[in-house]
Design a protein around this ligand. Structure first.
Ligand SMILES: NC(=O)c1ccc[n+]([C@@H]2O[C@H](COP(=O)([O-])OP(=O)(O)OC[C@H]3O[C@@H](n4cnc5c(N)ncnc54)[C@H](O)[C@@H]3O)[C@@H](O)[C@H]2O)c1
Length: 268
């Protein structure tokens, strides 16, 4: 344990200026960018919407559009220096019943979820990894770390989540092959699969569907509450600091296992 702690300290984000991060994030949780910046990282935020509460480097871009992402990276480059980290929580829903009463999941919604969540994660990993190739490796050969965000719904989706689950399952599935391919360049690839976290997406979805939020909350075992975004941030930081984490999908869910649900939840 003591050795692990020492290894982790050599990479800690808390060494000012030693780690430069690129974070794609969101107005609702710009706390993540702020936390990483406070830890000594240089942080740029990219989002299709505005910067929200984020007051640092920001570019507008759609993660599913290669041209826009390339332009945003080019704009960040002179201001940030070499990219050594990516956190990509950009995402959208894509849920709803597909057939029968209350069906809302049309083909276009399904396609859009795949484009933003799956293709967008691939585009971000590919383009940021290409940038990382230009970074000088550290003394263990590491150039950078890519962190994607899926969902436990990818592993056990309740009814009505076929589009969202499929799009997030693609992120889980690409994690190991990308980690294996990028290993020779010293780039690690990890995915975080959150349970439920108190964010705008979570609250929006719940309000739209009657008692969905309360139903979801009741499934969390311990601590019996939705996750705090700071707990997500703690995992991001640990992944950056722990070089043995690579090629895997980590759940962050308080022993929450999604039950099958019922159609009435989507009719409210
Ligand atoms: N909140 C939860 O309970 C929960 C649970 C599991 C997984 N997740 C995942 O975590 C991530 C963050 O979720 P959140 O709850 O903070 O969501 P959120 O809706 O609050 O934030 C999503 C962000 O992604 C941005 N975005 C959407 N489409 C984009 C695009 N094409 N290009 C660039 N940016 C785009 C939005 O503008 C928004 O800022 C998502 O990928 C979500 O699927 C969230």
């Amino acid at each position: 344990m003591a050795v692990l702690a020492r290894v982790s300290m050599t990479r800690t984000l808390a060494q000012p200026g030693s780690v430069i991060l690129f974070v794609i994030s969101l107005p609702g949780i710009s706390w993540l960018g702020i936390a990483l910046r406070d830890a000594g990282a240089t942080v740029g935020v990219l989002d299709i919407a505005g910067p929200g509460g984020w007051d640092g480097l920001f570019e507008t871009a759609d993660v599913s559009d290669e041209r826009q992402v390339r332009a945003a990276l080019a704009s960040f480059k002179p201001k940030m220096g070499p990219l050594r980290g990516l956190v990509n929580p950009a995402g959208r829903s894509g849920s709803g019943l597909c057939i029968g009463e209350g069906a809302t999941l049309d083909i276009e919604t399904f396609r859009k979820a795949l484009e933003v969540n799956t293709l967008g994660s691939f585009i971000m990993c590919k383009l940021v990894a290409e940038e990382m190739l230009t970074c000088k490796p550290d003394d263990e050969g590491e150039r950078g770390v890519l962190i994607n965000v899926s969902s436990i719904v990818a592993l056990e989706g309740q009814m009505g989540t076929a589009g969202y689950a499929a799009s997030k399952g693609g992120i889980n599935a690409m994690t190991l092959p990308l980690a294996r391919e990028f290993a020779r360049f010293g780039i690690r690839v990890m995915t975080i699969a959150p349970g439920i976290f108190e964010t705008p997406m979570f609250n929006r979805g719940g309000k739209a569907r009657g008692n969905m939020v309360e139903w979801l909350r009741a499934q969390v075992q311990f601590p019996a509450r939705p996750g705090d975004p700071r707990e997500f941030g703690a995992m991001v930081r640990h992944i950056f600091e722990n070089p043995m984490l690579n090629g895997d999908v980590l759940r962050l869910d308080g022993a929450y296992r999604v039950p099958p649900g019922n159609p009435s939840m989507w009719l409210g």
